[in-house]
Design a protein around this ligand. Sequence first.
Ligand code: UTP
Length: 275
Amino acid sequence: MIKKCLFPVAGYGTRFLPATKAQPKEMLPILTKPLVQYGVEEALAAGMDHIAFVTGRNKRAIEDHFDITYELEDMISGTIRESQLNCVRNLIEQCTFTYTRQNHMRGLGDAILIGEALIGEQPFGVILADDLGVGEPDGIMAQMVRVYEKYRCSIVAVEEVPVEEVDKYGIVSGQRLDDQHIRVERMVEKPSPLDAPSNLAVIGRYILTPDIFDILRNTPPGKNGEVQLTDALQAQAANGKVIAYRFRGQRFDCGSIEGFVDATNFFFNRMQEQQ
Ligand code: UTP
């Protein structure tokens, strides 16, 4: 069983300025729930009840969200508003939350290495909360756990993207095992469309084996001067230890305005259908 899920949330979210000037982008809501809550729900549905955050300055609202708010809860006690907090109360009851900070924005790979103190020597999930996943029928991370149980190595979730967008993603290529699984041979971070080995893009869901920490420790800064998780995964892939998984469902890039609006419309339409 994979029990821990790491949420690197130290990024500045500059694409959403000024909304993210004084609040974390992970707290931006899709309807009434902040992005990060969708991510924690997905982790818990995959059996991961230890939620580890790598945070930064201006991110305290995330800690407060996963804690009791006495005055507010007292005020709405007994009113119809009370039930609106049930979903987050359930998470608080069922999960353990731990936090550490990344002091300097040195990239996603560096953020994950800092998370080692919270994870230890065990395989773990990673969710980038600004990628909002809607798995079919179950969550993307739950699907990935099943893939991990079969292959026992690092797993990355991938989807096809338009060729002109490959320079926004880590791109993989390798040996196709079946319709949904590829044994990764090459991984390139944000290649130009001409250099991209495919149009299969890694989205913000990973299961990583703990040897990734030693690899990250020895990974020099890469693209944009940041320690790239993609470079560390390439070292595992060289030993056949990374499986790319084409997940069932869809994902919204809520780190971009267009993806954020699409997600809002999707959940709004779903809510109306359910009423
Ligand atoms: P992004 O590339 O989306 O960067 O990071 P960002 O800062 O969050 O957003 P923009 O581009 O400025 O709008 C991908 C993920 O990696 C985390 C971010 O929090 C996000 O979840 N990250 C990135 C860190 O935790 N630390 C870093 O040094 C870099």
